[in-house]
Design a binder for this molecule. Structure first.
Ligand code: ADP
Ligand code: MG
Length: 679
C-alpha cells in the first residue's frame, strides 16, 4: 500500500481551509486558476494559494496540479483524539468505498480493520442516503409547484451560498446522507461520536458547518484512512472479517454516481417532461446554475454534483477510469441487494420516520464587486490592452475574460503577468531590445579593438618614423652633395640616383607612418564637401584614359569636419582608385546628405578587390602593390580618420568580369554635425 499524500494541520490547531499549497512546489502554470469554479486561488509571490473564504472545497485544484503542489489539509489527528478519548466512536463509510478498497480486500476485511482500530460501530452512509432519498420524494410531492436544487453535494451548496446567493431559497432544505446517518445513529445513542470517511474535501467543512446540527464530529478522506491504517499498523491479514453494523442500506448505495440519487429516490429523469436535470462536473454545474438564475429553466429538481459523481472525488487514491469505478460500486450494490433483508430494512426506515432531516443555509456573497470602468481600464492598459481588439479573452490566465482577470488583479487575487499574450509581447520586445543592444555592443567592441590596434601601431610607427627621418635626411643630403660633384658621364651617377630614389621612397613611407600616427586629434571646422573633394582631386594627377565625374546629388553640402584629414581620406581613396584602373576607366565621386549624415561614394571601374582581401583592407601594411609602389598605410589612415569623425566606411567590390562590370565603391558616411570623442 503506497503511502497516501496527507498533510495534517498542526496538531491542536484548527485548519483554516481544507486545501493548502505546498510551499515552493507551485510552478504557477495557472491550471488550478483555470479549473477553480470559485476563482478561489490567489497568485502571490509566485505561488498559487487557496483563499479559504472563497474555496468551496471541490478539490479539483488538487487533482489537476501536475506538481502535486495542492494538498488536502488532514483532520486525522482529530480522529485519533476521538479514538484515544475512550468515547464510543462510530465510523461511517461513504458509499464510494468500493472504489478505494474493493480491489485489495473484501469489504468484511475493511470493516474488521476499522473495528481493530477501536471503532465501536462501522456503518454505511448509504443508509443515510436511503433516508434522504425518501425525504426528497416527499418534498417533491408536497410542493409540486416549487423548484429545488438538490443539496447532497456540499461543494455545490457552498458555491450557491457564495456565488449565486439569490438561489439560496431554492436549495432543498434537506441534510446530506452523511448528516442523516450521523443524526440517525445519535437518535439511538446520543453520546456517540461520529467519524465520516469519504471521497470528498468539502465534507470536512460540512462536518463543522454552523448551519447543520448533529453532523459527524469529524470527516476524513479515504486517503487519510489509508494513512491511519499505516500509522496504527493495521494489517488486512491480521484482522477478523465482519459485516457492517445495521442499519444496512438499500439503493442509497448508488448515491455516489450521477443519477444514482434519482434512482434511489425513484425519481425519473424524464427527458420529455424535463422535470429533473442531472448534471455533473464544473462546466456543467456552473452553466446550469447560471441558466437557473436567469430563470430560463423549467426543471423542478436539479441534481448537481461538483465532481463527475462522488466516485471521482479528490479524497480517493484510485487511478482507475470512471467506468471501472462505477462498475465497482454497482457490483457491490448488486451483491448487497441480493443479500438484503427488505423487511428489516423497511423496519429501520420506519424507525427514523420522525428524524429531523432539515437544515438551513446562509448566503455568504463572495462575488467580486465591480470596479469603476475608468479604474478597470487603467488595469487593462497595464496588460497592454488599450482597445477591445486587444481583449483576446483567451482564458490562459484562468479567467473567462480579460476584464474578469483585470477585476481579480484589482482585488489582489491575480497578477498582470498571468496574461500570456502580454508576457509574450513583453518578452519579444525585450529580446528585440537586447539583440539591438548586443549588436551595438559587438560593433563597438570591434571598433574599439581596431582603434586599439591602430593606436599601438601608431605609437610604434611614430617612434620608428621619428628615428628614421633624421638619418634619412642626412643620407639624402649627402647623396645630393655627391651627385653635384659627380661628372655627368660618371658610372657612379646611376647608383647615386638609385640611392636618392630609394631614400625618397623611404621618406614617403615615413610620411605615411607619421600620418597614421598623427590621427588622434580632429580639428572640426565648417566646410563645403564639394570644395573638400575638389581640393583633394587637385592633389593628384589624373592618369591618362581615366575620366573623373564629381556630383553632389542631394541635401546640403555643408558639414563640420577636419578639412585636412578628410582631404587625406579622399586623396587616399582616389589614389587607390586610379591605381586600380591602369587601362583607364571612370572615377565617379557622388555625395548626398540628409538631415544628419553626409555620404560620399568613391566609385571606380577598376580591377575590383578579391573577396579574400576585403577584410584585410584596413589593416596596416596590407598592400597588393609592387615593391616601391604601395605602403599599405592608405586605408588604415582613412579608417582612423573616418572613425575619429564618428563616421562609417564600407566597401563593395566586384573583381569578377563574369559577374558584371568590375570596380570598387568606397562609401564614407559622416555625421553633419561634429561629434567629438566622449559625446
Ligand atoms: P596601398 O595603396 O599602399 O597598397 P592601401 O591601404 O591604400 O595601401 O590599400 C591597400 C590595398 O587595398 C591595395 O594594395 C589594393 O590591393 C586594395 N585597394 C584599395 N583600394 C582599391 C580599389 N579602389 N580598387 C582595387 N583595390 C583597392
Ligand atoms: Mg593606397
Amino acid at each position: 500500500m503506497a503511502e497516501p499524500e496527507v498533510d495534517p494541520a498542526p496538531e491542536g490547531q484548527p485548519a483554516l481551509g481544507f486545501v493548502k499549497t505546498v510551499p515552493n512546489r507551485c510552478r504557477i502554470c495557472y491550471t488550478c486558476v483555470r479549473t477553480c469554479p470559485a476563482k478561489a486561488i490567489r497568485i502571490s509571490k509566485s505561488q498559487a494559494e487557496v483563499v479559504p473564504s472563497r474555496c468551496i472545497g471541490c478539490g479539483h485544484c488538487i487533482q489537476v496540479c501536475s506538481q502535486k503542489a495542492k494538498r488536502i489539509v488532514s483532520t486525522l489527528y482529530d480522529v485519533e483524539a476521538q479514538l484515544k478519548s475512550g468515547a464510543r466512536v462510530a465510523v461511517c463509510l461513504a458509499p464510494s468505498f468500493p472504489v478505494e478498497f474493493q480491489e485489495e480486500m473484501d469489504f468484511r476485511v475493511l470493516v474488521g480493520m476499522l473495528r481493530k482500530m477501536g471503532f465501536a460501530k462501522v456503518v454505511e452512509v448509504a443508509f443515510g442516503a436511503d433516508l434522504v432519498a425518501e425525504r426528497y420524494r416527499q418534498l417533491l410531492c408536497e410542493q409540486p409547484y416549487n423548484q429545488f436544487i438538490a443539496t447532497t453535494c456540499p461543494a455545490i451548496v457552498t458555491f450557491v451560498e457564495r456565488y449565486q446567493p439569490e438561489l439560496v431559497p431554492f436549495l432543498a432544505p434537506i441534510v446530506s446522507p452523511m448528516v442523516a446517518i450521523a443524526r440517525a445513529l445519535r437518535m439511538d445513542d446520543p453520546d456517540l461520536k461520529v467519524v465520516f470517511v469519504g471521497p470528498c474535501v468539502a465534507k470536512k467543512a460540512e462536518a463543522c458547518n454552523a448551519d447543520i446540527d448533529g453532523g459527524p464530529d469529524v470527516a476524513i478522506t479515504f486517503r487519510e484512512l489509508r494513512y491511519l491504517f499505516l500509522r496504527w499498523s493495521i494489517k488486512a491479514e491480521r484482522v477478523e472479517p465482519s459485516d457492517f453494523d445495521p442499519p444496512h442500506p438499500s439503493l442509497g448505495a448508488l448515491f455516489p454516481m450521477t443519477r444514482g440519487f434519482l434512482q434511489a429516490a425513484s425519481i425519473k429523469e424524464d427527458l420529455l417532461a424535463n422535470e429533473v436535470v442531472a448534471i455533473d462536473g464544473i462546466k456543467g454545474f456552473t452553466s446550469v446554475l447560471e441558466e437557473f438564475a436567469n430563470g430560463t429553466m423549467e426543471a423542478r429538481l436539479l441534481e448537481l454534483l461538483c465532481c463527475e459523481g462522488c466516485i471521482a472525488g479528490p479524497g480517493l487514491s484510485s487511478e482507475e477510469t470512471l467506468f471501472k469505478r462505477r462498475e465497482r460500486v454497482s457490483h457491490y450494490t448488486r451483491y448487497r441487494q441480493s443479500q438484503l433483508d427488505h423487511e428489516e430494512w423497511q423496519r429501520h426506515v420506519d424507525r427514523y420516520v420522525g428524524l429531523d432531516l432539515n437544515r438551513r443555509f446562509t448566503p455568504d456573497d463572495q462575488r467580486l464587486q465591480p470596479l469603476e470602468p475608468a479604474a478597470l481600464n487603467e488595469i487593462m492598459k497595464k496588460m497592454g490592452k488599450y482597445s477591445e481588439a486587444h481583449e483576446l479573452n483567451c482564458g490562459a490566465c484562468g479567467y473567462h475574460t480579460c476584464r474578469e482577470h483585470a477585476l481579480a488583479i484589482a482585488k489582489g487575487f491575480a497578477e498582470s503577468e498571468m496574461c500570456l499574450p502580454f508576457v509574450i509581447d513583453t518578452n519579444l520586445s525585450t529580446i528585440r531590445k537586447l539583440t539591438h543592444a548586443n549588436q551595438k555592443l559587438a560593433s563597438t567592441q570591434e571598433t574599439l579593438m581596431h582603434s586599439e590596434r591602430l593606436a599601438s601601431m601608431g605609437q610604434l610607427a611614430a617612434g620608428v618614423a621619428h628615428e628614421i627621418n633624421n638619418p634619412l635626411g642626412v643620407v639624402l643630403m649627402y647623396t645630393h652633395l655627391l651627385l653635384e660633384e659627380c661628372q655627368k658621364e660618371s658610372p657612379l651617377r646611376p647608383d647615386l640616383e638609385m640611392i636618392v630614389e630609394q631614400a625618397n621612397r623611404c621618406k614617403r613611407i615615413v610620411a605615411g607612418l607619421l600620418d597614421f600616427a598623427r590621427q588622434n586629434k580632429v580639428a572640426f571646422q565648417p566646410a563645403d564637401i564639394r570644395e573638400v573633394i575638389r581640393t583633394s582631386l587637385a592633389n593628384l594627377a589624373t592618369p591618362p584614359g581615366v575620366t573623373v565625374e564629381v556630383e553632389h546629388l542631394d541635401g546640403s553640402p555643408r558639414i563640420e569636419l577636419d578639412r585636412d584629414q578628410i582631404i587625406q581620406v579622399f586623396v587616399n581613396l582616389v589614389g587607390n582608385a586610379f591605381d586600380a584602373m591602369p587601362k583607364g576607366g571612370t572615377l565617379r565621386i557622388q555625395s548626398r546628405a540628409d538631415q544628419a549624415t553626409l555620404t560620399v561614394e568613391v566609385k571606380d571601374t577598376g580591377t575590383g578587390i578579391p573577396k579574400e582581401n576585403l577584410n584585410k583592407l584596413f589593416e596596416p601594411f596590407f598592400t597588393t602593390k609592387l615593391m616601391g609602389k604601395g605602403t599599405g598605410l592608405g586605408l588604415p589612415v582613412v579608417y582612423g580618420i573616418v572613425k575619429l569623425h564618428r563616421g562609417e566606411i564600407s566597401v563593395e567590390s566586384n573583381p569578377d568580369p563574369s559577374a558584371g562590370p568590375t570596380g570598387t565603391t568606397f562609401r564614407v558616411k559622416l555625421p553633419r554635425e561634429a561629434k567629438r570623442q566622449g559625446e
